[in-house]
Design a protein around this ligand. Structure first.
Ligand SMILES: Nc1ncnc2c1ncn2[C@@H]1O[C@H](COP(=O)(O)OP(=O)(O)OP(=O)(O)O)[C@@H](O)[C@H]1O
Ligand SMILES: [Mg+2]
Length: 419
């Protein structure tokens, strides 16, 4: 990653092992009570499966908690040093959005600023959506719930919902999340479009399309514009890492987790990452029923996001909401004017969504951190073939913004290319 100075870890910081976790939880009365019984009886399991942090689930006789601690380096690459502040931003994000999204995310139970420990409720009935989809599972309500999550979180942290003084004060906190925003800028928005040692892919069969993406002048121009959009369009507070591994599902419940990448940005970034990961799943999916479900999930996510966001906006206008953008005074008595303004706004969000979805596909196949969805295809050449098809779609979406202009068109183009 780019060189930048690393603040020293606070003197009180140490990475806790299971004994340390037990003693830590026992020392926080609200957590000890939630777990119940003597601390010696608590069961502690490590569930870290991501790149960055230590994550443990702790069960006691009364209940469970999820314990997450930042490390002074990337978990899977100890040589890659990193400041500890990511759990601080995840805690701040949960505090910010939990009031507007309710049980679509987890309740925050504790944050320790010296140890950079975040404790949230344990989702022990749930599975990670990506893993569930890879195993052929179906959660027909999950994508709709994630759409509502994005709409509510984005609306309530945007200038449509509150005066600029309040919104900028809230967003400014997250402008400080520079460590993880740098990772997004490098790994998502830049590296795949330049020669970089972090880039890799599974087979020389992809060399051609990877080079094509790096050198196509139309792609480069669009990527440059999307870099600027990500860094300058402070539309709302983003989750910032909304892939299918950041969603946990049970039959009757969906939760978005892992908001450590939270930053101000364009709403279409969160939408694009989620749709991009559903598209990756679509291309990795061998059976047509699974492909149908992936397309259905994209449609339901988008309808839910679009309708929920629009309804929140209409309600705010009707009730003289005090947002400073698209102020209620302009549209209170002009529903068709409001409808037109909403359509214009959503057209921009749609364009961002499609471009960021394409960039997510690219970085997850030829960048640093790949998605495991394609691992379900045993034959390497077949796997590379599916990835090449996904990359070609992404390249075409970036090279020609007019190839699809609606999410419905994106669904049918992708469905046809994934056959
Ligand atoms: N509240 C929770 N309840 C139960 N399990 C959880 C909870 N939060 C996280 N997990 C489990 O721990 C895993 C890692 O959590 P998380 O994704 O937050 O870690 P991370 O280090 O930030 O990962 P990444 O590097 O992918 O960002 C999840 O995939 C999930 O299996
Ligand atoms: Mg994470």
């Amino acid at each position: 990653m780019s060189p930048h100075s690393l603040p020293p870890a606070p003197a009180a910081y140490r990475t806790l092992d299971t004994d340390g976790i037990r003693a830590f939880l026992a020392g926080v009365p609200t957590l000890a009570t939630r777990l119940g019984g003597p601390a010696a009886h608590w069961r502690i399991r490590e569930v870290s499966d991501g790149n960055l942090n230590n994550v443990f689930l702790i069960d006691g006789p009364q209940g469970g908690v999820c314990f997450k601690q930042s490390l002074p380096h990337v978990r899977v690459d100890p040589a890659w040093k990193m400041p500890l502040d990511r759990t601080f931003y995840e805690a701040a994000y949960l505090r910010e959005i939990r009031p507007c999204v309710g049980a679509l995310t987890t309740d925050i139970l504790h944050f320790d600023p010296d140890l950079f420990v975040l404790v949230v409720e344990s989702l022990d009935r749930h599975v990670v959506l990506r893993r569930g989809l890879m195993a052929g599972g179906d959660w027909p309500d999950a994508a709709r719930a994630v759409g509502a999550f994005v709409a509510r979180g984005a609306f309530h942290t945007s200038l449509l919902a509150a005066p600029f003084e309040e919104i900028t004060r809230r967003l400014d906190v997250f402008s400080g999340n520079r460590t993880l925003t740098r990772i997004t800028v490098d790994l998502v928005l830049t590296d795949p479009y330049r020669d970089h040692p972090r880039n890799h892919w599974i087979s020389p069969d992809l060399d051609g399309i990877a080079a094509d993406i790096r050198t196509d002048p139309h792609v480069r121009r669009r990527v440059g514009a999307m870099q600027a959009r990500f860094l300058t369009c402070r539309q709302a507070l983003l989750h910032g890492d909304l892939h299918t591994g950041s969603v946990m599902v049970a039959d009757d419940d969906t939760r978005v987790i892992d908001g450590e990448f939270a930053c101000p940005g364009p709403i279409g970034f969160d939408c694009g990452l989620f749709i991009g990961n559903l598209l990756l799943h679509l291309f990795a999916c061998g059976d047509s029923a699974g492909q149908d479900r992936a397309v259905r999930d994209i449609a339901q996510f988008w309808a839910s996001f679009h309708d929920t966001f629009g309804e929140l906006w209409r309600t705010a206008t009707r009730h003289d909401g005090n947002g400073d953008a698209y102020a209620a005074a302009l549209f209170r008595d002009d529903p068709s004017g409001l409808q037109q303004a909403q359509a214009d706004f959503m057209r921009d969000v749609t364009a961002d969504t499609i471009a960021f979805a394409a960039m997510e596909i690219i970085r997850r196949i030829v960048g640093y951190a790949h998605v495991p969805d394609f691992d379900t295809i045993p034959d390497r050449a077949a796997r590379a073939g599916r990835q090449a098809a996904a990359l070609a779609l992404a390249r075409d979406l970036l090279a020609d913004p007019d190839i699809v202009t609606t999410i419905a068109d994106l669904e049918s183009l992708a469905r046809g290319r994934a056959r």
